[in-house]
Design a protein around this ligand. Structure first.
Ligand code: NAD
Length: 288
């Protein structure tokens, strides 16, 4: 990659829960960011969301205090990625959408530009089939909220190249993140373990054995889980949780990833968690 990286924008695709948080992390570190989304509504809402995330992160001392924020612009299509120093794909957890977006990004940037996917569960090597230079593709599983959690899971597929892996670690270090490298496979390490546990917690509620409050309280106060699994489900977004479980179920053949009927019912009712105002808990507009 040419060494004028600092002048080139970082491109994030998908202005949802993760894309706006990743954009805030980058803007807060002084990067110029282009945030791409096909939805006009998402593009319109993005600047305020990113600004709120930056403000929250600053208040919590989670962004450097010694540098001005970078500029944020939004765009509709992947051709806006031309000239990017790196691109981060954070669109809906749908294999076909992601393949189309990655193909579009790869066509827009010059070979050697790191292509980063923030997928929760799709194997990186499966997505590498969508791009002409699979060596440029690396998985970076930012955690939620990306502007607060400083450790990320870095997924190297069998075709991920050393140069891309090194550039990605450099980018992460510049964002104050530590990347922990794991091998490829459905759900990597964190989603494979966490999503199944959350799904089980939902099933416990579905069976009527305990309320969401009780499950979360037990998992927080007895087990030491920071937020509790149902509150975490609401933070992730119940639609994304269901999509990620389905991705892992299809690729492992394991019924243990089958989304709980209660989870699917909530998605059908558009009770998606924080982002819709109601999930396992209710949220005021100001806390979303
Ligand atoms: P989201 O539903 O909040 O946002 C997805 C965004 O992608 C939407 O704004 C949508 O309009 C946009 N989009 C969909 N298809 C597109 C396309 N073809 N071109 C441009 N934009 C498109 O989803 P999210 O929760 O932000 O998840 C994004 C990715 O990050 C997923 O792969 C998810 O598995 C992963 N992830 C999510 C979390 C989490 O806690 N939510 C954590 C880590 C990783």
């Amino acid at each position: 990659m040419p060494d004028n990286t600092a002048d080139r924008p970082l491109v994030v695709v998908g202005a949802g829960v993760m894309g706006t948080a990743i954009a805030a992390l980058a803007v807060g570190h002084g990067h110029r960011v282009i945030l791409i989304d096909r939805s006009a509504e998402a593009r319109a809402a993005a600047p305020d969301k990113v600004e709120l995330h930056v403000r929250t992160a600053r208040m919590m001392g989670a962004l450097p205090a010694d540098r001005p924020a970078g500029a944020l612009t939004t765009a509709m299509g992947t051709d806006a990625a031309a000239g990017a120093c790196a691109v981060i794909e954070a669109v809906t957890e749908d294999p076909e959408e992601k393949a189309a977006v990655l193909a579009g990004l790869a066509a827009a940037v010059s070979p050697g530009t790191p292509l980063i996917s923030n997928t929760s569960g799709l194997p990186i090597d499966e997505m590498a089939n969508a791009v002409p230079h699979p060596e440029d593709l690396v998985g970076v599983h930012f955690m939620n909220p990306a502007y607060l959690i400083t450790t990320v899971e870095v997924v190297l597929g069998p075709r991920s190249g050393d140069a891309a892996a090194a550039e990605v670690q450099k980018l992460l270090a510049g964002l104050g993140r530590e990347g922990i490298v794991v091998g490829d496979g459905p759900g990597f390490v964190t989603s494979r373990l966490l999503h199944r546990m959350i799904n089980d917690a939902i099933e416990v509620v579905h069976e009527g054995r305990a309320t969401p409050e009780t499950v979360d309280r037990l998992m927080r106060d007895c087990i030491g889980h920071r937020t509790g699994p149902l509150a975490t489900a609401d933070l992730i977004g119940l639609d994304n949780l269901a999509d990620s479980l389905l991705v892992m179920q299809a690729r492992t053949g394991s019924e243990s990833f089958r989304p709980s009927e209660l989870l699917l019912e909530k998605v059908r009712r558009q009770e998606l968690g924080r982002k819709s105002g109601r999930g396992f808990y209710d949220y005021e507009e100001s806390t979303r």
